[in-house]
Design a binder for this molecule. Structure first.
Ligand code: ADP
Ligand code: ZN
Ligand code: ZN
Length: 739
């Protein structure tokens, strides 16, 4: 190829085009694809990324602007990631610049250097270890610091550690250094990296894998070095994490890096802890709890090959890993792997693409796999590995039963039979976990005289009553106000409070069991930093005897003393407007049930329902998740919904309802949709939210290729529609929910 003269650059704007810039004369030829540059864009200077280097442009060179500055000598995004992101931009019909920049941590997006920061690590010299602090009497500050260093458990200390215990340590430390009692060494800053102490590691014994676990890990170990996708379906507590750890140890010995994706790290601190205890390597964790510096450091450490294992949430998928050898996605069915705004990608699906590009195996794990993955197994795309027994000796699957609550008094959300059961388990020193997917006290307030309800002014939804501060809050838009004590419409004195949320359950149980420690774990009680950890510890130790929680409690946690799980409202999912409603309900029930009987005590699960005859509930109880999925997948197939078809939603929202409808009408008219089923414009299941009307067009096709070919031509046309300027719109490929 002739010498490149221009760079094609992606900028962080929602634009589908790339932009050509002239290479600077002097440095042109060391610039590589994946490096950041600074360019003039209109009146602004932007950080851009070089996507390709070209010898020619479609524009006369005289009209092109030169690159202002080359930021990186080495690419921040290696070629394989650029390829993945280009693929993703095409598949999700999202602007490449936006896709690329959403893959970078904030500091790098802003143009900061991609080098690791170094800092001083201070330690005692051999003289320093031997020196008696008493000998430094004439320099009391130095003496105190020396004694501190001699008694510190750490072998070396950084500025941030010294700052914790000392106000002015710099000058006495310099004094000690002059006397050759301490030395300083520049080392790479170590933020964002978890590592267990030697003592913690020593306390951890490996358990021997059972035959099913051994087969699963063997298959994976043999697959290292080539692309293949495995679905590890193991009942909760069957030892999936042990299998991951075994495979990771092998991969580490082969000098490979491992990427582990999990739904939400702050909710699974135990998983991270098990990794750091077991693995003798540098682990970087990337999640929403990090500050920008920590995220930057963890990312750079991974990209330089210093961190060998990366554990992270969704967006960690885009971490550069030069020695990538294996991708693991835990709880693969979890909805949080799908980004629900902006660049709406699915981390599971992109993990497969990355695995294929890099020729490495991908392992998806779950007790309740998504229907998509089960269908991929059936078609022979994924290899199924099953774990059907609980890992720990003595741990048995719980007894699960339905509790018909029709015509039973249960104003506070708990039937009298369940109250009895709770009493029974408490008296036998068992711990009780109650699950309810609704926070607050009650989902609404109502007037029995005139029918008034607490409808939100801005949403098609009711405002939730919060008891502790007597306020109403809309969980969809955040609008809040004081709760009235009488009907604002007819003046009737008392208001009816139907239904129950976690707060009401807590109040009811506190009245019933005043001497029992009750802990409610939901977003309202865990807002403050550290609160969740505290509550989880309380739950694990058995100090809290009754746990009440939302889906925060459903997954990943190990509470060895729980003997009774009550699912208070299983019916929500049975009649959802979303075609995935029943799938999600079943997953949740199985996940919550998995919290019981993890220790030595036998456990039971009780599911309150108004529909004890519902066939899907029955198939779930009688045949387990796999049997349930078989039945539900037949229904799915008859309805031609995913995974038996491919869906795309064009979503539109506007303060003016007519504008939203008009835009979608124009969309529909401009679309040549041969071979694709088209529905809409239709209102979203919740039509109005935060003051905006939300409408949608749904495209459904049996052929993925055909659907995407149509979209590729069509999306640029949609941008040109007149009505597009008056609304917010987006394209959601493989949507995970309809709301
Ligand atoms: P999962 O990830 O499938 O929920 P875990 O890996 O957390 O399961 O295992 C559940 C429990 O069983 C853990 O306490 C774990 O230490 C234990 N366990 C797993 N495999 C074995 C085994 N082969 N022998 C003994 N205990 C095991
Ligand atoms: Zn009224
Ligand atoms: Zn609202």
């Amino acid at each position: 190829m002739p010498n490149p003269v221009i760079a094609r650059i992606a900028v962080p704007l929602p634009l589908y085009n790339l932009f050509d810039y002239l290479l600077p004369d002097s440095s042109g030829h060391c610039l590589q694809k994946g490096c950041r540059v600074r360019v003039q864009f209109g009146k602004k200077q932007l950080v851009g990324i070089v996507v390709s280097l070209e010898a020619e442009s479609d524009y006369p060179l005289s009209r092109l602007k030169p690159i202002i500055e080359i930021i990186d000598q080495q690419p921040v995004l290696p070629a394989d990631l650029i390829k993945l992101l280009e693929w993703a931009a095409g598949y999700y019909h999202h602007p490449l610049g936006d896709v690329i920049f959403s893959a970078l941590p904030k500091r790098l997006r802003e143009g900061e250097g991609a080098e690791l920061k170094q800092e001083n690590h201070w330690s005692l010299t051999s003289e320093g270890h031997l020196c008696d602090a008493e000998d430094l009497k004439r320099a009391p500050k130095q003496a105190a610091l020396l004694s501190y260093l001699q008694h510190s458990a750490e072998l070396e200390l950084t500025a941030s550690q010294l700052n914790r215990d000392w106000d002015n340590w710099r000058s006495p430390l310099q004094g000690l250094k002059k006397k050759s009692l301490v030395s300083a060494e520049l080392k790479i800053q170590n933020a964002g990296i978890a590592s267990a102490s030697v003592a913690e590691k020593a306390g951890k014994v490996h358990c021997e894998l059972n035959p099913q676990q051994a087969i699963a890990s063997q298959q994976l170990i043999e697959a290292l070095g080539s692309y293949q996708t495995f679905l590890l379906q193991g009942i909760t507590g069957s030892g999936k994490t042990e299998v991951y750890l075994e495979i990771i140890e092998h991969a580490l010995q082969k000098n490979l890096q491992i990427l582990v994706l999990v739904p939400e790290i702050s909710l699974t601190p135990q998983l991270t802890r098990r990794f750091t205890q077991r693995l003798n390597t540098t682990i970087a964790s990337l999640h929403s709890g990090l500050n920008d510096t920590q995220r930057h450091t963890a990312w750079v450490q991974a990209s330089k090959g210093i961190a060998r294992v990366v554990i992270g949430t969704r967006s960690a998928l885009f971490t550069p890993l030069p020695d990538l050898g294996l991708i693991i996605l835990d709880e693969e069915h979890d909805g949080s792997f799908k980004q629900q705004e902006g660049f709406r990608y699915h981390a599971r699906d992109l993990a497969l693409v990355r695995g294929r590009n890099r020729n490495v195996p991908v392992l998806l794990g779950s007790a309740t796999p998504s229907f998509e993955s089960l269908e991929n197994v059936r078609q022979g795309q994924f290899t199924l590995l099953s774990l059907t027994q609980r890992g720990a000796a003595g741990a048995k699957p719980p007894k699960v039963s339905l509790l018909d609550v029709c015509r039973r008094p249960m104003d506070d959300g708990i039937s009298d039979q369940l109250f009895k059961k709770i009493e029974e388990h408490l008296s036998r020193q068992g711990q009780v976990l109650l699950f309810l997917n609704r926070r607050g006290y009650a989902p609404l307030l109502m007037c029995h005289e005139c029918g008034w309800t607490t409808a939100c002014q801005r949403c098609d939804a009711n405002m939730t009553l919060h008891h502790h501060n007597q306020r109403l809050r809309c969980h969809h838009c955040g609008y809040e106000k004081a709760a009235p004590t009488s009907c604002p419409d007819c003046g009737h004195e008392s208001l009816y409070i139907p239904g129950a949320g976690t707060e009401r359950i807590e109040v009811a149980l506190t009245e019933k069991f005043p001497a029992v420690v009750i802990s409610r774990i939901d977003r309202d009680t865990t807002r403050r930093k550290g609160e969740l950890d505290k509550k989880l510890n309380q739950a694990r130790s058995g100090e809290a005897q009754i746990l009440i929680g939302t889906q925060m409690l459903a997954k990943g946690h190990d509470f060895p003393n729980v003997t009774l799980v009550g699912v208070l409202n299983a019916d929500q999912g049975l009649f959802s407007a979303d075609f995935r409603g029943t799938e999600h309900m079943a997953q949740l029930i199985i996940q919550v049930s998995g919290r019981v009987g993890r220790g030595e005590k036998a456990g039971e699960v009780i599911i309150q329902t108004h529909h004890p005859e519902h066939p899907l509930l029955h198939s779930l109880l009688e045949t387990g998740y796999t049997g349930f999925a078989k039945t539900a997948l037949i229904e799915r197939k008859q309805a031609s919904f995913p995974p038996f078809s491919y869906m795309v939603i064009v979503r539109c929202e506007s303060i003016q309802k007519d504008n939203a409808i008009e835009f979608l009408k124009q969309c529909r008219e401009s679309l040549n949709y041969q071979g694709v089923e088209l529905f809409g414009p239709l209102p979203a299941p919740m039509e109005r939210r935060a003051g905006r009307y939300r409408w949608q067009l749904i495209l459904l096709s049996a052929e993925r290729k055909n659907l995407h070919a149509i979209l590729r031509h069509w999306v640029p046309e949609v941008h040109k529609l007149k009505a597009a300027n008056k609304v917010r719109w987006s394209i959601d490929v493989d949507p995970q929910d309809m709301f």
